[in-house]
Design a protein around this ligand. Structure first.
Ligand code: C5P
Length: 401
């Protein structure tokens, strides 16, 4: 999200303290955050808190010393997004009826940026027809309204009215800040390891964390694609806004991939599928016995090879991943050809800062025409965007050719 600018408007509700966390999350995403507060908001959290977190001066007084005389015009016209969080009933009413009696409300009136409103208030207030009608008015005018969460509220009641969690607001903001360049595309992504049972308590698996596949699924969803994520067991939460299929074994994964492949424009197999599974799955826990114990393994289906060999029937850009510990490019090229792929993303899993479990990756992308792209160490989120850019370009070239 580097280069994006967000104005965070904090109004006077108890959930204002959660907005401090939101600033931190936005900044972790390389977003420049400027905070404007209403007078009442400063009674809940001090401007200093937001100033310290954002590294920018906070405006809370239209006629105060901070900023320039035309900030209330410029802020909303030079930024990419305004987030009002928390948005009180009073502030929602002011936005709906064109009132500009302080810095933040005039900023909203003059804004050309998208505006995301995150209501937070007592349930009765939220359900009041006046507030609901004001929200409807704002929706009609193109404001994006987040549904408040349900649950116990600070005022002691239960029901809708909670400010959505900062992470949910961040996800919505990321979507609004992303180009929707993959909209209309159906993308199937596999992620994580598969586990192959030996008995009810033991299994064979590998060190795949699923982070790369989940980063791909998150990025594709943010960029507007219709995403199906088929995942083996991981510790990660599925990103919001996609179709999630949980699988355990390679055979489960194969079933799920083939059930979902029809109509896909791009298929990315980032999963580390177990190549072998135990021939027999003991019904009861295997007891400790002799000094040695042999486990007979049989080959699992190679899902990607099967996809590649039937690609004429279900045309899609096919992307594989290769985790190698030696001869990275040569091994990856061999896989690209044998599996009939359009591109393969090769990573050296023997290095500490790339490959399995890490948050960063250093990849080489090899194409079916022999080209090789060498990328520096990047976060998995950035690698995900790069892989999606390349897959999209292959698809577009295919449509033209
Ligand atoms: O195991 P291998 O190194 O050949 O994996 C390369 C690619 O093939 C990966 O994209 C992986 O997801 C896929 N694969 C598969 N089914 C297997 C093994 C690997 O789809 N049984």
């Amino acid at each position: 999200m580097n280069g994006k600018e967000v104005i965070l408007g904090v109004t006077g509700g108890i959930a204002a303290y959660k907005s401090a966390e939101l600033v931190r999350l936005l900044m972790e995403d390389d977003i420049l955050v400027k905070v404007a507060m209403t007078k009442s908001a400063t009674k809940f959290v001090t401007p200093l808190t937001f100033e310290a977190l954002s590294g920018e001066s906070v405006i809370h007084d239209m006629f105060g010393q901070e900023g320039t005389a035309i900030d209330h015009i410029q802020w909303g016209q030079e930024s990419d997004l305004i987030i009002i969080a928390p948005a009180t009933a009073n502030f929602i009413g002011k936005m709906a009826h064109g009132i500009g009696d302080d810095f933040l409300s005039t900023c909203v009136l003059a804004a050309t940026a998208k505006i995301l409103v995150c209501p937070s208030m007592n349930t009765r207030m939220f359900e009041n027809p006046a507030v609901q009608e004001n929200l409807d008015l704002l929706k009609k005018r193109g404001f994006i309204i987040m549904e408040p969460g349900q649950g116990a509220l600070a005022c002691g009641t239960e029901g809708p009215g909670r400010l959505p969690e900062p992470d949910e607001i961040l996800q919505q903001a990321r979507k609004l800040l992303s180009d929707q360049d993959l909209s209309g595309l159906k993308i199937l992504i596999t992620a994580g390891p598969t586990t192959e049972p030996i008995d009810p308590v033991r299994y064979i698996s590998n060190r795949s964390s699923g982070k790369m596949g989940y980063a791909l699924a998150r990025a594709a969803t943010l960029r507007g694609a219709d995403v199906i994520l088929v995942s083996g067991p991981t510790d990660l939460n599925p990103p919001p806004g996609l179709n999630f299929c949980q699988v355990i074994t390679a055979e489960d994964m194969r079933r799920s991939v083939f059930e979902n492949r029809s109509g896909c424009d791009i298929i990315i197999k980032a999963a580390a599928v177990s190549d072998y599974r135990p021939r027999d799955h003991a019904a009861q826990k295997i007891k400790k016995g002799p000094e040695s114990l042999s486990l007979e393994l049989v080959k699992n289906p190679d899902i990607l090879t099967e996809l590649g060999s039937t690609i004429e029937e279900f045309p899609a850009v096919l992307v594989g991943f290769a985790a190698e510990t030696e001869d990275l490019v040569a091994n990856a090229e061999k896989k690209l050809k044998s599996k009939n792929l359009d591109m393969i993303v090769a990573n050296d899993v023997s290095s500490k800062d790339a490959g399995f479990e890490t948050d960063t990756n250093r990849v080489k992308i090899i194409y079916s025409d022999g080209r090789v792209d060498d990328s520096p160490l990047m976060t998995k989120d950035k690698v995900a965007d790069l892989v999606l850019d390349r897959a999209k370009a292959i698809r577009e070239a295919g449509l033209e050719g």
